[in-house]
Design a protein around this ligand. Sequence first.
Ligand SMILES: Cc1cc2nc3c(=O)[nH]c(=O)nc-3n(C[C@H](O)[C@H](O)[C@H](O)COP(=O)(O)OP(=O)(O)OC[C@H]3O[C@@H](n4cnc5c(N)ncnc54)[C@H](O)[C@@H]3O)c2cc1C
Length: 342
Amino acid sequence: MICQFSTRKISYEEYNKKYKKDIIYNRDDFVPSGVKLIKGTVTAFDPDNNKVVVDGKEEVSYDHMIVATGLVLNYGGIKGLEGVITSSGADNAVVRQKIGKNGTHSIYFRDGAEDTWKGIQELVAKAKAHTGPEKLQALYSMPATAIKCGGAPMKIMYLTHAHLEKAGVANKGELTFNTAGTALFGIKEYADAITKQFEKRGFKWNFGYNLTDIDTAGKVATFTKTWKEKGEYDEDLEEYTMVTKSQAFPYKYDFIHVTPPMGAPEGLPADGAADLGGDVSDETGADMDSMNADIGGGDEFGASDAAAGGAETAGREMRESRAIARARKLAESHSIMSRLAK
Ligand SMILES: Cc1cc2nc3c(=O)[nH]c(=O)nc-3n(C[C@H](O)[C@H](O)[C@H](O)COP(=O)(O)OP(=O)(O)OC[C@H]3O[C@@H](n4cnc5c(N)ncnc54)[C@H](O)[C@@H]3O)c2cc1C
C-alpha cells in the first residue's frame, strides 16, 4: 500500500532521515499464521474449474477467491509516453525513459515520487534565475479514469506553489490544473473550498481537459476537450443526432505533473465487475456461492481515498467495500479462505 503523510508537513530530508524506515515494511513479516503466501503473478483465471494459473505454469485451486489487484498506471495511454506499471513495482524503466526528467514528472510510483521532488526543486531554481516578463508554466493533469489518491494531483500543485513561495518566487510561475472532469472535487462543499484556495493562490484551472499527448523533448502537453453538439435532424427518429466534437489545446510547459489514466490490470475491467464466472455485481452477496469470486481492494470501484475521506469527514455514509462485506458474510457461513491457496 502506498500512502502519504497528508496531515502534517514533513520535508523530504526529514522523511529520508526519520520516516522512510518506518513506512517501508517487509511484507513477509505481516503475513498471518495459517496463510500461505504464493509469490507470483496470476496470469490466468479459470473460474469454471475454480483455479488460477500463477506465472503461466502453476495451477492453484480455490473454493473462494478475492481479487484485489489494485489499479495499474497506464502511462502508455498518453501518446508520447510508454508503459503500464504498478505503483509498487520495481520494473518501471520503460516509464522512466520519459517520466522523471526534463520537467516531466509523476508521483504515482515510488521512484517517480522521488524524481518529482527533484523536479520541483529544479523549477524553483529556474524561477529564481528567471528574468523575463513571461511566467514559467507548471501544469497538473487529472485523467478521465478513476485514480488512486484523487487528491494527489492537487497536493503536488500546492507543494510546488509552497516551495516557490518559500523561495520568494511564486510570482514567477503560473500553475494550471487541467482536469478531464467537471469539478475540482466530487463533493460541493470541498469543491467550493478548493476553488477559494485556487483563487487565493492565483492558480488557473480548466474542466474537460484530458491529457492525450505529450512531447517531453519539446515540453509540449496537449489536452483534448470533447463535447457533443446538435447535428443533423433525423426524420425517422424525429430528433437531432448528437455529434462529438473535440479541440486540442497544446501547452508549453516548464514543469508538468502527469496523473496517468488508471484501470484494472489486463483481463479485469476497471469497474471491478469482471466476469469471473458468476454475478459479481450483486452487493448483497446472495450469489457468492455460485460465483466464488469477489473483486475488491482499496481501489475497488476506483473510488479515491481522498474523496472517500472527504465524504467521511462531511458525515456522509461511506459505502463499505463490497469485497469486505462479502468476506464478512462468507465468514459467517463458511470457514472462509481456508483453501484459498492450498
Ligand atoms: C501517491 C499516492 C498516494 C496515496 N495516498 C493515500 C493516502 O494518503 N491514504 C490512503 O488511504 N490511500 C492513499 N493512496 C491509495 C492507496 O495506495 C490505494 O488505495 C491502495 O494501495 C489500494 O490497495 P489495493 O490493495 O487495492 O491495491 P494495491 O496497493 O495496488 O495492491 C494490489 C497488489 O496486487 C498485485 N497484483 C496485481 N496484479 C496481480 C496479479 N495478476 N497477480 C498477483 N498479484 C497482482 C500488485 O502487484 C499489488 O501488490 C495513495 C496512492 C498513491 C499512488
